[in-house]
Ligand binder design. Structure first.
Ligand SMILES: Cc1ncc(COP(=O)(O)O)c(C=O)c1O
Length: 346
């Protein structure tokens, strides 16, 4: 059997040969003093690409989102977020645990919370209520199958948010997937956002790192919060060097991941017992509904593994996730479909 096909996540990607090469000769300094030239270059490049005044290199998407929220909200303030958002489901409750931020959810729907419901959730002035400070969106939306938010959708939420004097944070862990899928520059997707997280270590293949972006003043304050949560790194230019390759050389190729995801989705959708909502396959994530497969997600995942394909089962509901990324070719996508067919006909 050829090598294992790992579709659990795009976080399993390894740094490219070019990344390893530039890392080995990266110019470095102490970034807590702001003296790492490569980190500074990465931050300037990201700010330029996303149309924001400034950027801050962080250890992970979770750290970017956490620092992002802590910079906007004080203890007892409230943030509104979709009930399927990564920030709400998968980030260990960090903003509540570490920032005392009260989290209020609205139904996520298909990755785009209804602006009317967001508006209703914003608290009025009342001595009994927490103060609503922040709304958080996600583009692409991980648990909703990698669906994109259009600029118009984000603008609709931004209009409500800003009318009420709140701030808007975008968890854009896979923002570049969204931009490539929609054929537009990433900056267009976050024009109305006060802060943005983007990840370098998913489909863009950097080994480590994310960026938080916003105004100069906001990022200066975020730098303090990053230090507080232990994210002040020293010669981080070694990592930032790979991040620069991620932003300059790895964005356009995300289109291949999207094509391979579509190939896989269309193949899997034809297998009796498995269902895929093809309209939700917009980027590199394929959610497979196994409710009628006659086995639970744990068994399905184990049988796929025996067939040489790793997929992820989150343990909630009947969904299994397959994610394409650098290193997964069209042939691998086709082999994954064959494996699923074998598992279902066994
Ligand atoms: C939408 C989204 N936001 C944030 C994160 C967190 O990123 P990290 O794993 O780097 O902490 C992820 C990770 O998969 C994600 O999918």
């Amino acid at each position: 059997m050829a090598g294992i096909i790992d579709l659990r996540s795009d976080t399993v990607t390894h740094p490219t040969p070019k990344m390893r090469e530039v890392m080995s000769r990266a110019e470095v300094g102490d970034d807590v003093y702001g003296e790492d030239p490569t980190v500074n270059r990465l931050q300037e490049l990201a700010a330029e690409m996303l149309g924001k005044e400034a950027a801050l290199f962080t250890a992970s998407g979770t750290m970017s989102n956490l620092v992002g929220v802590l910079t906007h909200c004080g203890r007892g303030d409230e943030m509104i977020v979709g009930d399927q958002a990564h920030v709400f489901v998968y980030e260990v409750g960090g903003s509540s645990a570490l920032g005392g931020v009260h989290v209020r959810t609205v139904p996520n729907r298909d990755g785009f919370p209804d602006p009317v419901e967001v508006e209703k959730a914003i608290r009025g002035q009342n001595v009994h209520f927490p103060r609503t400070r922040l709304v958080c969106l996600e583009n692409t939306h991980n648990r909703c199958g990698g669906v994109v938010l259009t600029p118009e959708q984000t603008e609709a939420i931004a209009a409500v948010t800003h009318r009420k004097g709140l701030r808007l944070h975008m968890d854009g862990a896979r923002l570049f997937n969204s931009a490539v899928a929609q054929g537009m520059p990433a900056r267009r997707l976050v024009e109305q956002c006060d802060s943005v997280n983007v990840c370098l270590s998913k489909g863009l293949c950097a080994p480590v790192g994310s960026l938080l972006l916003g105004t100069k003043e906001y990022i200066e304050e975020a730098r303090r919060w990053r230090k507080m949560v232990g994210g002040g790194m020293r010669q981080a230019g070694i990592l930032a060097a790979a991040g620069i390759v991620a932003l300059t050389e790895m964005v356009d190729r995300l289109a291949e991941d999207h094509t391979n995801a579509r190939t896989m989705a269309e193949g899997v959708a034809q297998i009796p017992g498995l269902r895929v909502d093809l309209s939700s396959v917009q980027t590199n994530i394929v959610m497979v509904d196994i409710e009628r497969a006659g086995m639970d997600g744990g068994v399905f995942t184990a049988r796929m593994k025996e067939s040489g394909v790793l997929v992820s089962y989150t343990g909630d509901g009947n969904r299994v996730r397959l994610v394409t990324h650098w290193g997964i070719e069209r042939g691998d996508a086709e082999r994954a479909v064959l494996a699923a067919r074998r598992v279902m006909s066994a």
